[in-house]
Design a protein around this ligand. Structure first.
Ligand code: GSH
Length: 225
């Protein structure tokens, strides 16, 4: 199996972290998103959305990081995607929660408009409103994550064992580092982040994005504090 990806991409890191941490038999093929490789053929035939990651399993092409994680876990019989109906439903619920609730307001509302020119809003006013909205909504979601999804007792998102939801949710939450987000007001999130950072593949998978975060140090961003 081959994963088209780039470690500067949040959704690629979600999959790459799981793959590397669990020795899933997948080879990484870097797509140079900085030179626009994903905007040109042959990549656009592979994924007309012009987005990474993309999985190629012997000609079966799959997009969407959340779906790729579930496919890889199921295909390899990983216990990190439990087979029991309600346990699996909880993992699916949590992944959907990150993808559609937190990521929308935190990634696309708060973080990306401040660091990526292609996400910046066309006027100062619309930029300000977008980022303020993103921050307010993110704070709401992060409180839910802290108080209810993780809570004071759980080690991982869906209980005491790690699941693919943790890899997915971690990649999304961690990207706040690029604008200097701190989670001291969310102690359960903070504890969970530290637990995930102790995983064997963390350093290698997150090296590129941490380098990017370092390059932005000193700039003023609206962030979670
Ligand atoms: N819903 C998709 C989102 C994929 C996505 O947004 N990928 C970004 C990188 S994180 C990308 O390819 N961006 C290239 C661009 O916007 O030009 C998934 O979860 O896989």
């Amino acid at each position: 199996m081959k994963l088209y990806m780039h470690l500067a991409s949040t959704t690629s890191r979600a999959v790459a972290f799981f793959v590397a941490d669990n020795n899933v038999p997948v080879t990484f093929q870097t797509v140079d998103i900085f030179s626009g490789e994903h905007m040109r053929e042959p990549f656009t035939s592979l994924n007309p959305n012009k987005l990474i990651p993309v999985l190629d399993d012997d000609g079966f092409i799959l997009t969407e990081s959340s779906a790729i994680l579930k496919y890889l876990a199921e295909k390899t019989g990983s216990p990190l995607y439990p087979k029991e109906l309600q346990k699996r439903a909880r993992v699916n619920e949590t992944m959907d929660w990150f993808n559609s609730n937190l990521y929308r307001d935190y990634g696309y509302g708060l973080i990306y408009p401040q660091v990526f020119p292609s996400h910046k809003r066309p006027s100062e006013e619309s930029q300000k409103v977008t980022v303020a909205w993103g921050k307010e909504k993110s704070e709401f979601w992060l409180k839910v994550l802290n108080d209810h999804i993780i809570g004071p007792k759980r080690n991982f998102l869906c209980g005491d064992a790690i699941t693919i939801a943790d890899y997915f949710g971690f990649a999304i939450t961690q990207v706040g580092e690029v604008i200097g987000c701190k989670f001291s007001s969310y102690p359960n999130i903070d504890r969970w982040l530290r637990t995930m950072e102790a995983r064997p593949a963390y350093a290698k998978t997150f090296e590129v994005i941490k380098g990017f975060a370092k390059s932005l140090e000193g700039q003023k961003f609206v962030a979670i504090t």
